[in-house]
Design a protein around this ligand. Structure first.
Ligand code: F0G
Length: 360
C-alpha cells in the first residue's frame, strides 16, 4: 500500500469557530470524545437543512420535515461519523484506514483520509455500488478492492484484517462513527426546539438508527424511532441474517447488520419498530420526492419516506424523515427510471415544436 506521511493538520486561527459554520466536532465539542484545541480532520460537515415537505405532510396528515443529510460534504450522513473517526485515528498516530462499504462509507472515508493525508483502502461488493460513489472513492485516491462477494462478507474480511494489521477500521463498529452521527439528533432537536413525535430512518448496517437514538437520549428526548429495511434485505424484520440480500437500494443491501442489537434496542426503547418497504414502494417514494417536493435523493435514503407513506404517521403531529444521501450518487437508478421521457430530435424546427409542444 502506498504510504504517504501524514501532513500536519493546521490549527485554525482568526475568527472564533462559532455558530453553525464550524467543524461538527467544534459545534458539539462538549458532547464528543475530543478536547478543545484537538486538531481536527474536517470538511465542515453537519449543520444540514431540515426541510418542510408540504406534499408528504398533506398525504399523511402530519407536519413532515426532511433531514437532508445529502447536504454533507461528500453527500451523505457518513461525514458526521467520519470526521470523528479520522480525527481520532490521526490523533492516535494511524497511517491508514479501511472500511467495507456499499459505497457511501467508502466515499466519505476516502475524502477524509485525503484531507488527513493518510492512506485509505475500501472493500466494496463487485458491481453493487452506485457509480457516483465509486467515482468519489477513486477521485480521492483510495485503493478500491472490488470483492466477488457481498457487503457482509467484505465486513467480515476487513474485521479480520484489522485484527492483525495496524489499519484503523472506520465502519460503524468504530465508536467514533456512532458518536459523530448522533449529532444529527442534536440538530433536529435544536431546529424544532424539542424532538419530533416520530423519526423515520432507513436501516442497513444499523449504525445510524443507533446513533440517532443515542443522540436523542443524551439531550433528554425520546421520539419514536421507525427504522425501514428493504424487503429483500430485511434481517431485523425477519429475525435472522439474510445470506443473499437484494434490493434496488444498493446502500442498504445488507444481510447481517453489525449494530443489530443496538438497532432493536432503539426501536423497543423508543416504542417504535423496524419495518419493511418493498423496492416498488422505495421507487414510488423516490419519484414522489423528486417530482413533487423537488428533492433528489438516492433510493436507500427514501426508505424513510416510503415507510411513512406505507404505515402512516400513526397519530404523530411532528415527523422527521432522514434522507441519508444525495440522488446524484446513483445516476444509474435515476436514468433507468426516467419513464421514457427522453425525446430524441433532429435539428429541425418542426420536430422541435412537436417535441416541446406535442402530446407527451
Ligand atoms: N442510507 C444510505 C444512503 C447509506 O449509505 C446507508 C449505509 C444507510 C442508509 C444505512 O445506514 O448502515 O447506518 O443503517 N451505508 C453503508 C455504506 C453501509 O457502506 O455506505 P446504516
Amino acid at each position: 500500500m502506498r504510504d504517504y506521511a501524514p501532513v500536519p493538520l493546521p490549527r485554525i486561527k482568526g475568527p472564533a469557530r462559532t455558530g453553525t459554520h464550524v467543524p461538527l466536532i467544534d459545534r458539539y465539542l462538549e458532547r464528543l470524545p475530543f478536547e478543545a484545541g484537538d486538531k481536527l480532520v474536517s470538511l465542515q460537515e453537519g449543520s444540514t437543512p431540515l426541510l418542510q415537505a408540504p406534499v408528504i405532510s398533506a398525504m399523511v396528515g402530519a407536519s413532515v420535515r426532511l433531514k437532508l443529510e445529502g447536504g454533507n460534504p461528500t453527500g451523505s450522513f457518513k461525514d458526521r461519523g467520519m470526521t470523528c473517526a479520522l480525527s481520532a485515528a490521526v490523533r492516535d498516530g494511524a497511517r491508514a484506514v479501511i472500511c467495507a462499504s456499499t459505497g457511501n462509507t467508502a466515499a466519505s472515508a476516502a475524502a477524509y483520509a485525503a484531507r488527513a493525508g493518510i492512506t485509505c483502502a475500501v472493500i466494496v461488493p463487485e458491481g453493487k455500488i452506485a457509480q457516483g460513489k465509486m467515482a468519489q472513492t477513486l477521485v480521492h485516491g483510495a485503493r478500491v478492492i472490488s470483492l466477488a462477494g457481498n457487503f457482509d462478507q467484505a465486513l467480515t474480511l476487513v474485521r479480520e484484517l484489522t485484527d492483525t494489521h495496524p489499519i484503523v477500521l472506520v465502519n460503524s463498529v468504530n465508536e467514533y462513527r456512532i458518536e459523530g452521527q448522533k449529532t444529527a439528533a442534536f440538530e433536529v432537536v435544536e431546529a424544532l426546539d424539542g424532538a419530533p413525535d416520530l423519526v423515520c430512518i432507513p436501516v442497513g448496517n444499523a449504525g445510524n438508527i443507533t446513533s440517532y437514538w443515542r443522540g436523542f437520549k443524551e439531550v433528554g428526548t425520546a421520539p419514536r424511532m421507525l427504522g425501514f429495511q428493504a424487503a429483500g434485505a430485511a434481517p431485523l424484520v425477519e429475525g435472522h441474517p439474510i445470506e443473499h440480500p437484494e434490493t434496488v437500494a444498493s446502500a442498504i443491501r445488507i444481510g447481517n447488520p453489525v449494530r443489530w442489537e443496538d438497532a432493536m434496542n432503539a426501536a423497543t426503547e423508543s416504542r417504535g419498530s423496524i419495518r419493511v418497504v418493498t423496492d416498488a414502494e422505495i421507487l414510488e417514494a423516490y419519484r414522489l420526492l423528486a417530482y413533487r417536493e423537488g428533492m433528489f435523493c438516492e433510493p436507500a435514503s427514501v426508505a424513510s419516506v416510503a415507510g411513512l407513506l406505507k404505515y402512516g404517521a400513526d397519530g404523530a403531529e411532528q415527523v422527521v424523515c432522514v434522507l441519508t444521501g444525495r440522488g446524484l450518487k446513483d445516476p444509474e437508478t435515476a436514468i433507468a427510471n426516467n419513464d421514457g421521457r427522453i425525446i430524441t430530435a433532429p435539428v429541425e424546427i418542426a420536430a422541435i415544436e412537436e417535441a416541446v409542444l406535442g402530446d407527451p
